[in-house]
Design a protein around this ligand. Structure first.
Ligand code: PMP
Length: 424
């Protein structure tokens, strides 16, 4: 049975449930006949909004009548609104089917909470788990938002070598071999207790981890008793089916915290993400939410929930298919233009998921100045790769190109300009 107390920071341990928030949860689950004089919620009758109708591209509508609108404008529980939570729990069960052993009564159930984008989920998870001086494992280059959340916590970030198939288990084992297994938990030798990874369509590398590597890494996590933070916002943007098994789907112990996001498939501005994991840890994430955002916008949760209830899982997956189709064409267009303009001056791997191409410029040791000083003159913008490194001032020959927003013609022109720039 997992004992989570060793993983939890002093800050997190000091977080206590808000009595007012608990009342809000209770109220949310109570029949309408309940008369509540509790809490400090304002009266939505005083708010200026009455109803809302959102028209969908397929001609359908989401209608907020006066009753729903009052709910949408009001505070709600910190785990998320019940109907959205239960829809997402069903989705997680059918997509990942987490092994029931980790969710037996004595270990706690699988639990989930809604977050304001997966970024909030990550921040809360790190705040819960990372003490100053802790060693954290990740495969850099990695998402700059993760580094922004992690670095100020004063942890020591250990880079585990990776390639286009993700983190390399052998390299991970080598790093860990300097801690003997009986040193687990010794304060003067903090064995890494968290491994963070983006398993599909990595940002910025586009890399996706193979199932074999995931299986091996999960076993290493068991041997060395660390948690895995599986940050998977590009899960739904996998170009090949069947979708890869996730760490969550392998989690027999209850050591995986998975962050998901609707940003890439429904809307990034609505800010809806969710965290899934063992109940003791998710309950704790919710304590952190209670003390900051209190909950993700009720309005946007209801909007997403009504859309998903209307679609059902089948409709949702059909929508995903059409999004994937779009990004697949975009990726192929970018690969075609890369072949046309960048062959000889750059190298890349075709991403199997996501929205990024990670390009190594052959003759250029650091792309920072090239991009920030020269590229704008040529009217092309990319992200210099250094921003994704643990030490952002280290020279980096890579750039990240997104194939999400520009048309194939614009992508082609951008690579033509990049090629001229490199040659100059
Ligand atoms: N993780 C990764 C790897 C990302 O690329 C992003 C978005 N760029 C996020 C998390 C945050 O996404 P959101 O908060 O919109 O869900």
């Amino acid at each position: 049975v997992m004992n989570y107390s060793r993983f939890v920071t002093a800050v997190s341990a000091a977080r206590k449930a808000s009595p007012i928030r608990l009342l809000t949860e209770l109220q949310q689950k109570s029949p309408p006949s309940l008369i509540s004089l509790a809490g400090g919620a304002p009266n939505p009758d005083t708010f200026p909004f009455k109803t809302a109708t959102i028209t969908l591209k397929n001609g359908g509508h989401i209608v907020f009548d006066e009753g729903i609108m009052k709910r949408a404008l009001q505070y709600s529980g910190s785990y998320g609104i019940p109907e959205l939570l239960s829809w997402m729990k069903d989705l997680q069960k059918s997509l990942h089917n987490p092994p029931t052993v980790s969710y037996s009564p004595e270990r706690g159930q699988m639990e989930m909470c809604v977050t304001t984008g997966s970024q909030e989920g990550l921040c809360k998870v790190f705040e819960m788990l990372i003490n100053p001086g802790d060693n954290i494992l990740l495969d850099a280059p990695t998402y700059s938002g993760t580094l922004a959340a992690l670095k100020p916590l004063g942890c020591n970030i250990i880079n585990v070598p990776s390639d286009e198939r993700g983190m390399i288990p052998k390299a991970l084992k080598e790093i860990l071999s300097k801690w003997s297994l009986d040193e687990v938990g010794k304060p003067d030798s903090p064995i890494p207790k968290v491994l963070y990874t983006i398993p599909n369509g990595g940002n910025p590398t586009g890399a996706s981890m193979t199932t074999e590597r995931k299986t091996e890494i999960y076993q290493i996590a068991r041997d060395y008793d660390f948690l895995i933070v599986e940050d998977d916002p590009y899960y739904f943007l996998q170009f090949e089916k069947p979708w890869a098994p996730t760490f969550l789907s392998m989690d027999v112990d209850g050591r995986v915290l998975r962050t998901d996001s609707f940003s890439k498939i429904l809307s990034s501005g609505l800010r809806v993400g969710f965290v899934t994991g063992p109940k003791p840890l998710i309950d704790r994430v919710v304590l952190h939410i209670q003390a900051s955002t209190m909950h993700t916008s009720t309005f946007t949760q209801l909007m997403v929930s009504q859309l998903l209830q209307g679609w059902g899982q089948e409709g949702f997956l059909k929508h995903i298919d059409s999004v994937v189709e779009f990004y697949r064409k975009q990726r192929d267009a970018m690969l075609g233009s890369a072949d046309k303009w960048l062959k000889g001056v750059a190298e890349w791997h075709a991403p199997a998921a996501g929205m990024f191409l990670w390009i190594k410029l052959k003759e250029i040791t650091d792309t920072q100045r090239l991009i920030t000083e020269k590229a704008l003159e040529k009217e092309v913008l990319l992200v210099p790769g250094g921003v994704f490194n643990i030490n952002s001032s280290e020279p980096c020959p890579y750039v990240r190109a997104a194939f999400s927003q520009s048309s194939p013609e614009q992508i082609d022109l951008a690579f033509q300009r990049l090629s001229t720039l490199i040659k100059e």
